[in-house]
Write a protein that binds this ligand. Structure first.
Ligand SMILES: Nc1ncnc2c1ncn2[C@@H]1O[C@H](COP(=O)(O)OP(=O)(O)O)[C@@H](O)[C@H]1O
Ligand SMILES: [Mg+2]
Length: 290
């Protein structure tokens, strides 16, 4: 994907010139899943994201960390084609936000977040929560698709240990069960990018460990899409994740290979607190330095 200069205001005409009509971005051996250049999001007098540059390539598994209000959810909204940058350019799956029909782009991106979960009607069955994710991309040959969709939803629920719950109302599930159903839903459209906003929030210790193990297995599977996981806790980083970004005040403190980023210096800086960081067999943890 061609780079657009940092700080540029998005202008489809200019991007077309920069990228070559008709928006067919230059492919490399490792395709870019995300390419953000100087992305800012401003709401009123508040800058939610401040000139973020970020590249995610196929096969990468990213963890995003930072204190409350750092801009993590906003960044995922941009990456999920749910929000446009105020300034800068967001390239998503070889398309450019503003020059693409987001309703065609969104099914290529799986997203699980608390705000999406809150939109699920109380009596929706578990199977329906997953199968309805495909409605955006089906339409013609509806009946035939429905059978395939239901089969795929069942297999995904099975893979996430939830097939026996398929007829239960979503609202009756435990928090851990809900999280697994939401991830199955996010995978329903066979996305090229999977975005998970704090999937371990609210889980008990066993639920957290179960989820981390499953996410670690997902990360290890070559067939899995590129993954971006937002978390508050270093303990929740699944082994096998390859990259990390630390955010603070809407900006990027550090981004790159996970072993270079999740270190005391950068983490202490991001959280504005001197931290002691350990890594045992791929499991990280942090405590305040005394
Ligand atoms: N529509 C909005 N208008 C003004 N401020 C907002 C809006 N949405 C989010 N914010 C603020 O932007 C900051 C970043 O939010 P968010 O991306 O949710 O952070 P994080 O997920 O890292 O906790 C927060 O301070 C939040 O209150
Ligand atoms: Mg958030």
């Amino acid at each position: 994907m061609a780079l657009v200069k940092r700080g540029d205001t998005f202008d489809p005409g200019r991007v077309r010139l920069a990228l070559g009509a008709p928006f067919s971005l230059v492919s490399t051996a490792m395709n870019d899943v995300l390419e953000l250049a100087g992305v800012s999001v401003v709401r009123g007098s508040k800058t939610l994201l401040d000139g973020v540059d970020w590249q995610v390539k196929e096969g990468e598994r990213w963890v995003i960390m930072g204190p409350n209000g750092a801009g993590k959810t906003t960044l995922l909204q941009i990456a999920g084609a749910r929000m446009h940058p105020t300034r800068g350019v967001a390239g998503i799956l070889d398309e450019v936000m503003g020059a693409v029909d987001v309703f065609e782009l969104r099914p290529r991106i799986g997203l699980a977040s608390a705000s999406l979960a809150a939109q699920i009607p109380e009596h929706e069955t578990v199977l329906n929560v997953v199968v309805t994710a495909s409605y955006g991309v089906t339409g013609r040959w509806r009946e035939q698709y429905e059978k395939l969709d239901v089969r795929r939803a069942f297999h995904l629920l099975d893979a996430w240990g939830m097939s026996t719950f398929m007829n239960r109302p979503f609202a009756t599930l435990s928090e851990g069960e809900r999280k697994r159903v939401q991830i199955a839903r996010a995978l329903m459209t066979d996305p090229e990018l999977l975005l998970l906003d704090e999937p371990a929030a609210g889980l008990d210790l066993a639920g957290r460990e179960d989820l981390i193990r499953r996410l670690s297995e997902l990360a290890a599977d070559e067939e899995s899409p590129a993954i971006v996981l937002v978390t508050h806790h270093l303990e929740e980083v699944p082994p096998g994740f390859t990259h990390a970004m630390l955010m603070r005040d809407g900006g990027v403190v550090s981004a790159g290979a996970i072993a270079d980023v999740l270190v005391e210096e950068h983490l202490s800086n991001a959280f504005d607190l001197p931290l002691e960081v350990t890594n045992r067999d791929g499991r990280y943890s942090a405590v305040a330095r005394t």
